[in-house]
Design a protein around this ligand. Structure first.
Ligand SMILES: Nc1ncnc2c1ncn2[C@@H]1O[C@H](COP(=O)(O)OP(=O)(O)OP(=O)(O)O)[C@@H](O)[C@H]1O
Ligand SMILES: Nc1ccn([C@@H]2O[C@H](COP(=O)(O)O)[C@@H](O)[C@H]2O)c(=O)n1
Length: 226
């Protein structure tokens, strides 16, 4: 019997709705939230600010291992402080998403971040959002979801999200970006984006956020976690 705190893993491509669904479920269940993508984003940003070449595996891994980062919960979300600087908005840009996806392809960087992610596994449970949560980080998770949607739908969602934040964006460029990131994430040698063998696939292309949350909550109930 596994005596460790339970884990719900939600993996999938960019814009599928993982972050939104994980944040809602973490709030409803009052469980820990692991936003693993934020760790890769912060590593990419920190390495770039230090002027490192993003393919300098040893140097970027050293940055990942020694990240001076704090996650501060606030009523409107988690504030991210990197070396004393509030980078909450900066790490959400498409530019930093691309830096993240480059450093995430380096095996030594993934190794450097592995234990930091596993340390989120504390009672009463953790909801883990990423690309390899169910395959590598928490292979024994009792509930695993692979959440996806068409690239066009994900591009539309990202487009709407950026416009709402007051940013200018080009829909075709966003869809192209999403496809490039999918390609890099799915074809890298280590921890590629793919469903765990025991993951439940949810295609959210024509589903609302509420419908996706309900479906995951049903899996959580069926697994006897609540
Ligand atoms: N089922 C849905 N229907 C409509 N909009 C959605 C749905 N799920 C998420 N969204 C919206 O799509 C946008 C992207 O969602 P979110 O950031 O959760 O995706 P993600 O999978 O975490 O992406 P990334 O991996 O790049 O962080 C958000 O604006 C969110 O509100
Ligand atoms: N478990 C993970 C999480 C993320 N990545 C990489 O980081 C990029 C940014 O992730 P977001 O979820 O914040 O968009 C993503 O494109 C991946 O390259 C990862 O490799 N593993």
């Amino acid at each position: 019997m596994n005596t460790q705190a339970p884990v719900i893993t939600i993996d999938g491509p960019s814009g599928a709705g993982k972050g939104t669904v994980c944040a809602r479920l973490a709030q409803v269940l009052n469980w820990q939230l692991l936003d693993s993508g934020a760790l890769y984003r912060i590593t990419g940003l920190a390495a770039s600010r230090k002027g490192l070449a993003l393919d300098d595996e040893a140097a970027v891994a050293a940055v990942a291992a020694a990240l001076d980062v704090r996650f501060e919960p606030t009523p409107v979300g988690v504030r991210v402080i990197l070396e004393g600087d509030d980078v909450t908005s900066t790490i959400r840009t498409e530019e930093v998403g691309s830096l993240a996806s480059q450093v995430a392809a380096l095996p030594a960087v993934r190794d450097a971040l592995l234990q930091r992610q596993r340390d989120f596994r504390t009672a009463p449970g953790v909801i883990a959002d990423g690309r390899d949560m169910g395959t590598v980080v928490f292979p024994d998770a009792p509930v695993k979801v692979f959440l996806t949607a068409s690239a066009e739908e994900r591009g539309q969602r990202r487009y709407k999200q950026l416009l709402e934040k007051g940013f200018h964006a080009s829909l075709p460029a966003l869809i192209e970006d999403i496809r490039a990131r999918d390609e890099r994430d799915s074809n890298r040698a280590v921890a590629p984006l793919k469903p765990a063998q025991d993951a439940v696939l949810i295609d959210s292309t024509s589903m609302s956020i509420e419908e996706v949350c309900d479906q995951v909550m049903n899996l959580v109930r069926t697994a006897g976690l609540i």
